[in-house]
Design a protein around this ligand. Structure first.
Ligand code: BJW
Length: 236
């Protein structure tokens, strides 16, 4: 195995599946129970805010007490022990990477444990249920508080920082994501274009599997720790 210096890791819902959180597009996933247009678009929120508050309040409650799994822990170990740079770009809104100890982390689709004020754009830590009548702690105005998550049609967070990391990486690893949602689904092409080695670690071949140079298929709790150990054994 080649010795790498700058690793970008993209993670998706499959990474947290074995911690007990639902994925979106698997047959028993969230989109089998909800229409994304109702709960994950600004138009859906404008149409029926109560439905969207209930959807995210329930998911926030479901996430409480959920623990990181062996794959989250392996990625935190990689960041600690790898002599070069490791950045994790996660599409997940759970806090399991942080709970496992990862620090160099970008939440491109927002975070469940934060609220966003649509009136002043302040983002604040949030663990309680959200509702329409709450006031923002920054601007004190009620009526604008919403989950700090990126819905379809909205701009993901920190794209400049992500583009900078992708433009200098020599290894790109995608874990537990179906490759359906852009711009994240386009990161592999960006990494490949600058000559990085590209690897997919997923339960099964994803939508964009043919874009990756290397594939390891299996549950994240098995394939991620094994891949991390391989990387660390050659970089030592
Ligand atoms: C396991 C496992 C185990 C299971 N072990 N693996 C270009 C072309 C076409 C369309 C577009 C385009 N550019 C933009 C769009 C529009 C749109 C889009 O992508 N639409 C597509 C549906 C076609 N994108 C947007 O609107 C985005 N914004 C945007 O693009 O702004 C403008 C812009 C343009 C160009 C450049 C820059 C900006 C915003 C997207 C927001 C997505 N939001 C959601 C919901 C909010 C957060 C939340 O509620 O949690 O984010 S949707 C949902 O999908 C969520 C996820 O983060 C995201 C990705 O899902 P993920 O993680 O891949 O989950 P699954 O379920 O799909 O896959 C799980 C995988 O794990 C599977 O493969 C399983 O096999 C595997 N697995 N168990 C390992 N144990």
């Amino acid at each position: 195995m080649t010795v790498y210096q700058r690793i970008v890791i993209l993670t998706g819902a499959g990474l947290s599946a074995e911690s007990g959180l639902s994925t979106f597009r698997d047959k028993d996933g969230i989109w089998a129970r909800y229409d994304y247009r109702d709960v994950a678009t600004p138009e859906g929120f404008a149409r029926n805010p109560s439905l969207v508050y209930d959807f995210y309040n329930q998911r926030r409650r479901d996430g409480m007490g959920v623990q990181p799994n062996a794959a989250h822990r392996a990625l935190a170990k990689l960041e600690d022990a790898f002599p070069g740079d490791v950045v994790i770009v996660t599409q997940n809104i759970d806090g399991l990477h942080e709970a496992a100890g990862s620090r160099n982390l970008i939440h491109m689709h927002g975070q469940m444990a934060q609220a966003l004020c649509a009136l002043c754009n302040a983002r604040s830590p949030w663990v309680e249920d959200l509702s329409a009548d709450l006031a923002c702690s920054a601007c004190a105005t009620p009526g604008g508080m919403r989950p700090d998550v990126v819905w379809f049609g909205e701009m993901p967070y920190d794209l400049d920082q992500i583009a900078a990391a992708l433009s200098s990486c020599d290894l790109f690893i995608s874990i537990g994501t179906s490759g359906n949602v852009y711009p994240a689904a386009g990161f592999v092409a960006a990494a490949r274009d600058i000559g990085a080695h590209t690897v997919e670690l997923n339960l099964e071949p994803s939508e964009g599997a043919s874009l990756f140079a290397e594939h390891v298929h299996g549950p994240a709790t098995e394939v991620v720790p094994a891949y991390v150990d391989k990387l660390l054994s050659v970089s030592a």
